[in-house]
Design a protein around this ligand. Structure first.
Ligand SMILES: [Zn+2]
Ligand SMILES: [Zn+2]
Length: 734
């Protein structure tokens, strides 16, 4: 057997019956990291060979063999790690064929040691023996290493001076006394500190210039996780999977963690140790740690020692460094439980990805039918991810961040280049978002390739179809903050009918003005006041006076002037409606990070239940498009606020009303079009309450409902939809 560019091949001879059994067992008994997509058989002349041999990798041919993910340290390696008699006792780079780094260290294909950052370490005789022995667990484990021949770890002060002694013990002690330590890990640097002390967590916030966005936690064990959060069976499965993502889990009340860890939301983002170093660190007896990405806010992850010492020395009191180079920075993935699908579904309790990176990339997504021409899709502006679709495989890049940051944009450009080389694909077409001001759009148009624009919400719809292996027409509820519409307006509360090729708008949230451009997505009073003015006409100023949260000085006049000029852009964004309602209820005056207002509103809504006390009107306009009208909703909401209804009841009633309106709209569109399949996509579906309500109601009305399970519903999944839609359009053209 051996590897070539098309995958692994096995030459085997014997009686037909036994060959059949072999093939069956191959699929059933393959190692944890193996994923067999297809087996193709070919009859060759009998050679009368009887020994087992592994051939050298063959270069050339087209690339179909996949590079695997970075996987958590396995149980066998952990046992050796803590065994004083093992030659890798306490060795933080222990790994085997079933675990360890892959994607983060590979430089080119085929995946052999010489093509990874491990090539600078020559294996010692002991390691070489394991590597060459077909029955050894480390047979052809490319990053195989030991304390004699492999990478090493050390601790430094903030100036980079090495501190003698055991670096892991030292790191544990420093964390214990409340220090912030920068730790070089698998895919980049983390900043770590104790999660139970206000003083150090708020210091980290100040230094990192990260006012409120929740921090992720790392805990030593599932038991430790259960002490701070409610861990369902599905969440436990995700937490302990070999991908080891951050999992968003409901907080327990009265836990002893600092309130600065994740203020205002109902969830903690928790992960378990995934490198041998993490396992050794928690063996020092630490409690939950804040573990956040080591980078100045919004910039890409630091991956190099010198770079980290420069950029993080103002943030960290000490450093854990090592000399195994990181070829590409890769963030921790973020997942959430998605129990919206019925039990008879082939994937009844699959995760809902929020950020897809370490542990998932570069696993491909199978697409039918295959594309004849390779396609590059460049995604959107925020939560950037690119996709390369070649044949029947769509490969999405890791999360590349927000492209309005110059460093993130440079990283995006070089990531595309490295990605193409790694997959050995020369794209024939490039797909991009319609938004003229997206950096990714400008990049796509600058390439010397034929281009295909894909409307934002159409891309979401197709992304959710591809995620579930669907083809042909569906109805899509696509709800998010911002997407450029075909009429030049900002869309975001859309019900579409469409397929891979094309779509039409069946319904949407009524347009409202969005004064202040980009600031309208941050300052929640802007959409709130605009909605009041649209609802109450000339009397609107009276209604601004008795709100639970004061309107900023001069805002009313400013807005009036802006709106009278009529130059304000109009939007159907559900995200901005969430912002407005959060302001009107006095819960959030400003989005200090993306979707803060929506998260606060969701957290508040889960504290209560509402029985349909608020609603939106649904009517058809003269062109036959359904309009979800918010005017009666706003008026009823304001009455309820004035009569002193508690904000949690109204937050719950708002979720209920939004779900009712979109379900009603989608159901009417589906019946009219004779369709039964409804896909749910867009960033608003990271709101668990909304996702549950909408999918349950649609199930109850006998629709087939599909939500995301392999790629995020937000813009992190956009590129998949762009690529698949473009492939279909290329096919029509050619
Ligand atoms: Zn292992
Ligand atoms: Zn060795």
């Amino acid at each position: 057997m051996g590897n070539n560019m098309r995958g692994a091949f096995v030459e085997i001879e014997g009686p037909g019956e036994k060959l059949h059994t072999f093939q069956e067992r191959l699929q059933q008994e393959s190692p944890v990291l193996a994923r067999i997509d297809t087996i193709t058989n070919q009859v060759i002349p009998v050679r009368n060979e009887s020994d087992f041999q592994i051939k050298q990798s063959e270069g050339g041919g087209s690339r179909q063999a996949e590079i695997t993910i970075d996987a958590t340290v396995c149980r066998d390696c952990l046992k050796e790690l803590f065994d004083p008699h093992d030659r890798r006792y306490r060795y933080p780079f222990i790994n085997c064929t079933n675990c360890g780094p892959r994607y983060s260290i590979v430089q080119t294909v085929p995946y052999d040691r010489i093509n990874t950052t491990m090539k600078v370490f020559a294996m010692c005789a002991d390691c070489r023996r394991e590597y060459d022995d077909p029955v050894n667990r480390r047979f052809h484990a490319q990053p195989n290493a030991c304390p004699v021949c492999g990478p090493r770890l050390w601790f430094t002060d903030r100036e980079g001076n090495e501190v003698p002694g055991d670096p892991i013990v030292r790191c544990g002690l420093e964390l214990q006394v409340g220090k912030i330590i920068a730790i070089k890990g698998l895919g980049g640097f983390h900043l770590a500190c104790r999660a139970d002390r206000d003083e150090v967590v708020s210091r980290l916030r100040r230094l990192k210039d990260r006012e409120a966005k929740p921090f992720a936690l790392m805990v030593g064990s599932l038991e430790q996780a259960e002490q701070v959060a409610i861990i369902s069976k599905a969440s436990a499965d995700m937490l302990t999977s070999y991908s080891r993502p951050i999992v968003l889990v409901p907080k327990r009340a009265d836990v002893s963690l600092s309130r600065y860890v994740a203020e205002g939301t109902g969830y903690y983002g928790i992960m378990l140790p995934y490198t041998p170093f993490h396992a050794l660190l928690f063996a020092e007896g630490l409690g939950p740690l804040v573990m956040t990405s080591g980078n100045p806010s919004d910039e890409p992850l630091c991956t190099e020692n010198t770079e980290a010492l420069q950029q993080l020395s103002a943030l960290a009191d000490g450093f854990v460094l090592h000399n195994r180079d990181i070829e590409r920075g890769i963030d921790d993935s973020v997942m959430m439980e998605n129990c919206t699908t019925p039990p008879d579904h082939p994937h009844p309790c699959s995760p809902l990805p929020i950020r897809r990176a370490r542990g998932y990339v570069p696993d491909s997504i199978r697409i039918t039918p295959p594309t004849a021409r390779p396609i590059l899709a460049v995604g959107g502006e925020m939560k950037s991810v690119v996709c390369i679709l070649d044949g029947d495989q769509a490969v999405l890049s890791e999360h590349l961040g927000e492209l309005n940051n110059p460093k993130a944009y440079r990283n995006f450009v070089s990531a595309i280049d490295r990605f193409q080389r790694l997959l050995r694909v020369e794209p024939a077409w490039v797909a991009y978002d319609l938004h003229p001001d997206y950096a990714a759009t400008r990049y796509a148009l600058s390439l010397d390739l034929p281009t295909i624009p894909v409307q934002h919400h159409h891309a979401h719809l197709v992304s959710c179809m591809a995620d579930n292996g669907l083809t042909g027409p569906v109805v899509g509820i696509t709800i998010d903050g911002t997407g450029y519409g075909t009429d030049g307006m900002i869309w975001g509360g859309e019900v579409l009918v469409g397929d891979e090729l094309d779509f039409r708008r069946a319904g949407h949230l009524c347009y409202f003005p969005l004064p202040g451009g980009d600031r309208a997505a941050r300052e929640t009073w802007r959409p709130a006041l605009a909605l009041l003015r649209e609802t109450y006409g000339s009397e609107w100023r009276d209604w601004t006076e008795k709100l639970p949260m004061p309107v900023p000085e001069g805002a009313v006049d400013l807005l009036e002037k802006n709106l009278e000029k009529g130059r304000t852009i109009r939007t159907s964004s559900l995200g901005r409606l969430f912002d407005a309602v959060a302001f009107l209820l006095g819960l959030c005056g400003c989005n200090r990070y993306e979707a803060e207002a929506a998260m606060v509103l969701e957290a508040r809504a889960t504290e209560s239940s509402a029985q349909g006390k608020l609603h939106f009107d649904l009517r058809e306009d003269e062109t036959g498009i359904l309009q979800i009208d918010w005017r009666c909703f706003i008026a009823d909401l304001l009455d309820a606020i004035r009569s002193g209804e508690p904000s949690e009841t109204l937050a719950a009633a708002f979720h209920e009303a939004v779900a009712d309106a979109f379900v009603d709209c989608a159901a009417r569109a589906a019946r009219k079009a004779g369709l039964t399949r409804i896909v749910l996509s867009g960033g608003c579906f990271a709101n668990r309450l909304l996702l549950q309500k909408i999918s349950k109601q649609l199930h109850d009305a006998d629709f087939e409902v599909y939500s995301h399970r392999q790629v995020p519903p937000g813009d992190g999944g956009l590129a998949l939809g762009q690529a698949v839609s473009a492939a279909r359009r290329v096919k029509e053209k050619e």
